[in-house]
Design a protein. Structure first.
Lengths: 425, 317
């Protein structure tokens, strides 16, 4: 099986490539990347005016299966990922049951294979039941295919468990991904603490609740020399801590979500529960620091924290609504519009943030590159296309987004996984 | 002048003219309260629902009395007697009420933002009777009415608000209203009970009650709740009373003709001394009386101020 992509602007930070190229894919691998290729047997994808990049990887997704298939299934989540331009996604373990054993990891991978749309890389729990007490079956989950461990949704609360997790996962060079939040400081909070929480009478989650945990984690990671990845970093203080940690040579990486770089706590003013997520939308000052970190390279990855919830689950009092919004089908357009078309960063930097860096952070072999011999996972972008977000057209089972109706410039044009076009506009 | 809005969700989004319209209307309704027969036909044929998810005596009674004096039919729903106890969601409860076509829903709820949410569901008017720590607009209106009555004006008044500012919807609504009408507002409380950036709402902020009370025309004390101690906002009620409770000693710093207000229910001996609560300076019972007049005004302006929609616009002949 052959696929020939013609006349694309090929961008691949893994080999410093940004030029017009033809790409020939044979049997699921990148076979040739050259200025001009002809092949009579290959299916041809004409890509004039489009950008071709190594497949985008969303390293922070909640698929809800097993347990809450009414919100999302592995299949619907994979369809949403493909429609959003992602060739690989990593699913967080806070399902029911929690992905803390090989059996659950096997189940997820079997389901993902059945749907056969995008690559799914499970993230295992740090602790059994995500209860923060005893290590989950980290080694077995690694053997079964987990690429990292995290108790996402909750922090790894106990510093000793964090230490052990970093040391233990380090045997496989697996990062520990932490949802950094001091639960005492954050107790009962539903939005960022600041002027808007005061004016709206909602309980605040202070930035220091995140700052403190990031600082603690970096201290522990530095002491044991293992890899910490900070999930959905949202505060100026956390950014400073990561920047400082990197400067000191500590193995710390981090991700930022599109909603945190595009929105602020002012959006909560309508009490619309699609503005409720954790970490919460922060202040404009924090948002500016996130943009600066994206620009200067402190931020390694853009990840959506795709968190589907049913309409009914979100159609309640702000205090009672669950945290989270869907993101797979808006992330690429938000990133193209707000980061690239706004002039903040070049396209090659965005490709690093959404493909080669997540592949490097997670050690995904054959991913995040268009080098000959790599897996033929390719994202095709149309950076000029104007789109209007329409949540009714999402492939995801859930529609909880604050971006409905937004007009954005830049969108995915096609998603290719192992040489097969799994989605095109 | 009618109001621009169909709902009363808070003071924040009202302008000065709208606030004055409500207060002027309330002044004229107050006369009705002193009549032998306390009944006017203004809202005849209108249905008003009170939906209270929090205990309340004063506010609920006040709204019901206001509605009844205006000849509206009132229905009360308390969470202990409704299907809320059976696990029905707020949205479903309100949709079911809506099916019965009420003209107005008056809602109190422990969660901020619930009136905003209901305003997106209800065809009739929604009146906020207190939502979490957000707003309690009719309380601020009745407070303003009382200040105008006792002081002749709001513009230029120096108002101290003392106590638990963080959890107080009364403080927030009062700050919005008093700033819009040109008063000078200072809030005082322990630093743990002052929410971040409250000064951006326009109030002066201090932790020393005497600084706020100094030269005040109005001293408004807020209710302190026992359960705040459990969250380490302050150590004991005794210490809170010592530092922030209103005493004759502290009142000496206010203007000699200053009035004392409290939204109730009062903790006598905690936030306010017994003797002050019952002193001539206290206007606490005037506030309660004005509450009925203000709520009549709000109901009239939102529900009765405009002709009813539909075929019966002409009204009974």
């Amino acid at each position: 099986m052959k696929l020939l992509i013609k006349n694309a602007r090929a961008i691949d930070p893994s080999q410093g490539l940004d030029d017009t190229r033809d790409l020939l894919i044979v049997d699921g691998k990148i076979a040739r990347v050259e200025p001009s290729i002809s092949d009579g047997e290959a299916e041809v994808l004409e890509a004039v005016g489009l950008v071709v990049t190594p497949g985008f990887i969303d390293m922070h997704v909640h698929l809800r299966e097993p347990g809450r298939e009414d919100k999302e299934t592995i299949k619907s989540g994979c369809e949403a990922a493909a429609a959003g331009g992602f060739t690989s996604i990593c699913c967080m373990p806070n399902t029911n049951p929690v992905n803390d054993t090989r059996a659950v990891t096997d189940f997820i991978l079997a389901r993902a294979k059945e749907s056969g749309i995008v690559n799914v890389f499970p993230i295992g729990a740090v602790t059994r039941g995500q209860e923060g007490r005893l290590l989950a079956d980290v080694g077995e989950m690694r053997e079964a295919g987990c690429v990292a461990i995290s108790d996402d949704g909750k922090p790894v609360w106990n510093a000793l468990i964090m230490r052990r997790a970093l040391e233990y996962a380090g045997m496989w060079n697996m990062p520990v991904i932490d949802h950094c939040e001091d639960l005492h400081l954050a107790e009962g909070g539903v939005m960022n603490e600041g002027y808007y929480s005061t004016a709206l009478g909602l309980r605040g989650i202070p930035a220091m609740a995140e700052d403190i945990m990031v600082q603690r984690d970096i201290t522990v990671a530095g002491a044991v020399g293992q890899h910490l990845h900070v999930a959905h970093l949202s505060t100026a203080g956390a950014m400073a801590a990561v920047r400082d940690g990197k400067r000191r040579g500590i193995k710390v990486t981090c991700e930022v979500t599109p909603h945190h770089f595009a929105l602020t706590d002012k959006e909560v003013s309508s009490y619309d529960t699609s503005t409720k997520m954790n970490p919460p939308l922060r202040s404009e000052a924090d948002r500016q620091v996130l943009l600066a970190g994206i620009k200067d390279g402190t931020v390694d990855c853009i990840a959506s924290d795709h968190a589907p919830h049913t309409f009914d689950d979100k159609n309640v009092e702000y205090d009672y609504a669950p945290f989270g919004i869907v993101g797979l089908e808006t992330a690429v357009s938000l990133a193209l519009d707000r980061l690239v078309n706004s002039g903040l960063i070049p396209m090659s930097r965005l490709v690093a943030l959404m493909s080669s860096n997540p592949a490097r952070v997670l050690g995904l072999k054959g991913k995040g590159s268009l080098r000959v011999g790599s897996d033929a996972d390719v994202t095709v972008l149309n950076p000029q296309k104007k789109v209007t977000v329409d949540s009714e057209r999402f492939k995801s089972k859930s529609h909880n987004t604050p971006f409905n109706g937004w007009k954005l410039k830049g969108a995915p044009a096609a998603t290719i996984v192992a040489g097969r076009i799994v989605w095109r506009e | 002048m009618p109001l621009r809005t169909r709902h009363l969700l808070g003071i924040e989004h009202l302008d000065k003219d709208e606030i004055e319209t409500i207060l002027d209307t309330a002044d004229s309704f107050k006369e009705v309260l002193s009549r032998e027969i306390k009944k006017v036909p203004t809202l005849r044929g209108k249905t008003v629902v009170t939906l209270f998810y929090e205990p309340s005596t004063r506010t609920r009674t006040s709204f019901e009395m206001a509605a009844k004096i205006l000849s509206a039919d009132t229905v009360s729903i308390a969470t202990t007697t409704s299907s809320v106890q059976k696990g029905e969601t707020l949205v479903d409860t309100v949709r079911n009420l809506e099916a019965m076509m009420p003209d107005c829903v008056i809602v109190r709820h422990p969660c901020a933002g619930v009136p905003d949410m209901l305003s997106r569901i209800c065809r009739g008017s929604v009146i906020n009777a207190g939502d979490g720590a957000h707003e309690h607009p009719t309380q601020a209106l009745l407070d303003a009415m009382t200040m105008r009555e006792k002081k002749g004006r709001i513009q230029g008044l120096r108002v101290a608000i003392v106590g638990d500012i963080r959890h107080s919807r009364v403080a927030r609504s009062n700050i919005h209203l008093l700033k819009k009408l040109g008063a000078d507002v200072n809030v005082a409380g322990p630093s743990t009970l002052i929410p971040p950036d409250i000064d951006k709402l326009g109030a002066g902020v201090t932790t020393e009650p005497i600084k706020a009370i100094r030269d005040a025309d109005v001293v408004m004390m807020l209710r302190i709740q026992q359960e705040r101690m459990d969250k380490s906002f302050f150590p004991t009620l005794r210490e809170f009373a010592m530092l922030y409770g209103l005493t004759r000693e502290k009142m000496k710093h206010a203007r000699p003709d200053a009035i004392i207000m409290h939204p109730g229910p009062m903790n006598r001996g905690v936030e306010i001394d017994h003797e002050l609560a019952d002193s001539n300076a206290s206007v606490i019972l005037d506030q309660v009386q004005n509450g009925v007049a203000v709520r009549m005004a709000v109901l009239y302006l939102l529900v009765g101020g405009n002709p009813a929609q539909g075929p019966s616009t002409g009204g009974p002949s």
